[in-house]
Design a protein around this ligand. Sequence first.
Ligand SMILES: [Zn+2]
Length: 181
Amino acid sequence: MAPATARALPHPRLTPARRGQRGRAAGSGGDHTAYPGRMPSSVIACPSCGTKNRLPLVASGHPRCASCKADLPWLVDAGDSDFDAVIETSALVVVDLWAPWCGPCRMVAPVLETLSREFAGRVKVVKVNVDDSPVLAARYRAQSIPMLLLMDRGQVVDTMIGAQPAPILRNRITGALDRRG
Ligand SMILES: [Zn+2]
């Protein structure tokens, strides 16, 4: 835990930064970033063969490349409406509670992308924008973000607050995987 590096959650609805983010996102025509509820799946290139695969939000087992059958990194966005279905998986779930205005959250995002590739087939990364997901923010008491939860079959087994460097996150994920039966 490194609470000193975490940023207290301000009143996001009042901040100019948030209005700026929202306005820019609305005008950008949309890309792969975070609009839970509007995107049933996302597309990712297979790290092994480059084939573009649609990544399911919810699935039993875990996604594999349609072409070469390699395990695919599984990184999805979820929100209040679909979170419970999204975390229903046999994979270890890494939940990233983040917001667009949070600087340290932007440091965590590429680390999670890297780790989702390293742990393909064993870990599902679920990104939750707390601005758009007040129910989840309250449920997990996300007072400071970034906040990372490791979840095993619906139970939180580890919690980290603040931007974690890759080696620490990797250790915590490996530890949680080792503790599974
Ligand atoms: Zn492939």
